[in-house]
Design a protein around this ligand. Structure first.
Ligand code: ADP
Ligand code: MG
Length: 162
């Protein structure tokens, strides 16, 4: 069984500080993505294919939200640098750079594709959000939401957000 099939039973958990991304204007498209530093990305199991995933996310000790995650290679760095970006399905009233982000990756949606237009890309992401939202409502994912990794209160946070 490959890692994508295993995820629903055994979600992948990781966490780290939110860093500045590549400024590709995701926020302007209405789809901001919180970026992780290289240390978190390099620790990802090799079996993770690039693509779009869904899971749970928590900023500091705030609420746990649904999220769409993208694992990919950034063209800006000639595709050599892997990125892990999290779009949290929630409206935040301010940015949370430097905050501690915890995620649990629960399932795979699709491979990364090149879209012909920004409109097509946005449509695809809207679809990802819908799929993530629906899938995470299934009882099998409730356990992942309630995992100690996410629920545990962290009291050593530098930033006070959440
Ligand atoms: P960057 O290139 O620096 O990652 P983005 O345009 O992708 O810039 O915006 C990401 C930032 O937006 C995050 O680091 C976070 O501080 C903020 N943000 C606000 N709302 C969200 C959200 N719902 N999901 C992810 N990030 C969000
Ligand atoms: Mg980003």
């Amino acid at each position: 069984m490959n890692i994508n099939n295993r995820l629903s039973i055994n979600p992948y958990f990781t966490s780290g500080p939110v860093v500045k991304g590549f400024g590709r204007g995701s926020k302007k498209l209405g789809i901001p993505t919180a970026n992780f530093p290289d240390t978190v990305i390099n620790a990802l199991p090799q079996e993770f294919e690039t693509g779009v995933y869904y899971g749970w996310a928590r900023v500091n000790n705030g609420d746990i939200h649904k999220a769409v995650l993208s694992i990919g290679y950034n063209p800006f760095f000639k595709n050599e640098v892997k990125s892990l970006e999290t779009h949290i399905i929630h409206e935040f009233d301010k940015d949370f750079y430097d905050a501690w982000l915890r995620i649990s990756i629960c399932g795979y949606i699709r491979s990364q594709e090149n879209y012909n237009s920004v409109d097509d890309l946005i449509k695809a992401i809207r679809n990802d959000i819908k799929e993530a939202t629906e899938n995470l409502d299934k009882p099998i994912f409730t356990a992942a939401r309630e995992s100690e990794d996410l629920v545990k209160h962290i009291d050593t946070l530098v930033d006070s957000y959440g």
